[in-house]
Write a protein that binds this ligand. Structure first.
Ligand code: ATP
Ligand code: MG
Length: 284
């Protein structure tokens, strides 16, 4: 106060130019990898999702939570144009993938899907060898480098190498469910995507395999931006940096986003009372 009353002519020292220091590393804004704007999705005449917008941050884990049917999978599928493959599906609004329009005419969806990979709830390895499953992830992308090295690298990144290195020629369907899911992650990682989309990747797995997937997510996020759909609140709280909460509008049955914020805020101090009701289990 005293200083303000007797204000001296301005002598600016560099430290006075600095903006407020972030309190923790989490407060530092990173760059946006997927900028979702006014997204809506129709299945035929039914608008399943309306007015969804959020900036998905690079090298962070973003979790989608919300009740069944609120459009989490539908929104996730928009991020690598998987809805293109669903008859009658139509996407409105805009998604910028680093400044490129994901739905622009010049985008090749197949090439783009190697930059934005996806893993599903039910592990879906091909009925081929473990090696071929991962090599497939490279072939679709026209990879011309050293296949054995690239396959090993992907299996290591998916924390599966030690378990399968002596059985690469065995059929992938002989692996356990948890191993199959990590194989699918390895296949998605093979073309070195920038984004990994995961739709309830651990919901069909036992607690130990679930823990392995969560550990993997925390490791991978150093190199890849991750968006994960989960019904498991503890999982969202454990692995994600940011969370989007979705609900269904009872009037038109369309899913919409209620709130998007840092995960710690969503779970401890949400802005919206609907979010609070949901995360505390008081949702009706
Ligand atoms: N292929 C489809 N054809 C028609 N309607 C669909 C299709 N897929 C999803 N829907 C509808 O879109 C809405 C959102 O579904 P979506 O699967 O995205 O929800 P979700 O939040 O992922 O649910 P869950 O938690 O049960 O997986 C629902 O009303 C659903 O019936
Ligand atoms: Mg779903």
């Amino acid at each position: 106060m005293q200083e303000q009353a007797t204000k001296q002519p301005e002598t600016i020292v560099p430290s006075q130019l600095a903006v407020a220091q972030p309190e923790t590393a989490d407060d530092i804004q990173t760059d946006v990898v997927l900028d979702v704007q006014s997204l809506e999705v129709y299945y035929g005449a039914f608008r399943a999702v309306k007015d969804v917008g959020m900036p998905i941050q690079s090298n962070k884990v973003t979790a989608f939570i919300g009740p069944s049917g609120c459009g989490k999978s539908t929104v996730l599928r928009c991020f690598n144009r998987m809805n293109d493959l669903i008859r009658g599906a139509r996407v409105g609004g805009r998604i910028l993938f680093r400044d490129e329009d994901l739905y622009g005419d010049d985008i090749d969806p197949t090439e783009m899907r190697s930059r934005i990979g996806m893993v599903f709830q039910k592990p879906n390895p091909f009925p081929k060898s473990i090696y071929e499953n991962v090599a497939f992830g490279l072939r679709v992308n026209g990879f011309t480098g050293n296949y054995p090295d690239a396959v090993e690298r992907s299996l290591r990144r998916a924390a599966l190498w030690d378990e399968v290195k002596d059985r690469l020629k065995e059929n992938a369907l002989e692996l356990s469910g948890g191993q199959q899911q990590r194989l699918c992650i390895a296949r998605a990682l093979a073309p070195e995507p920038e984004v990994l989309l995961m739709d309830e990747p651990a919901s069909a797995l036992d607690p130990i395999s679930t823990q392995a997937i969560e550990d993997l997510i925390k490791e991978l996020v150093n190199d890849v931006s991750i968006v994960i759909v989960t019904h498991n609140m503890q999982q969202a709280a454990r692995v994600s940096d940011e969370t989007a909460f979705f609900m269904v509008d009872p009037d038109d049955r369309a899913g919409y986003m209620v709130e998007f914020d840092k995960t710690s805020n969503i779970f401890t101090n949400p802005n919206d009372e609907r979010t609070e009701a949901y995360v505390t289990g008081r949702f009706s």
